[in-house]
Design a binder for this molecule. Structure first.
Ligand SMILES: [Zn+2]
Length: 81
């Protein structure tokens, strides 16, 4: 099934990206790769521990800010806090 990427509006094949988050926020393989790189950066910068619910919640905020452009007010770079 073809979907439209939330970030770049490109069409992509749904089966190209298999992840729970991409179900929530459709993203093409390119943007998805960018997100995973970004997520690792956020986790390192903020020292997030994915075994802690609070930390997972914090990452979800960045996830939303990254994929959902309507939420432009959410800071996208941890160093800008
Ligand atoms: Zn994209």
């Amino acid at each position: 099934m073809s979907k439209t990427c939330l970030r770049c509006n490109k069409s992509f094949n749904e089966s190209d990206v298999e992840d729970e988050i991409s179900q929530k926020y459709p993203s093409c393989p390119d943007c998805w790769k960018e997100w995973t790189t970004y997520a690792v950066m956020v986790m390192n910068e903020m020292r997030l521990d994915m075994s802690l619910p609070e930390h997972r919640k914090a990452l979800r905020k960045y996830e939303k800010g990254y994929f959902d452009k309507t939420l432009g007010e959410i800071e996208k770079k941890p160093e800008n806090k």
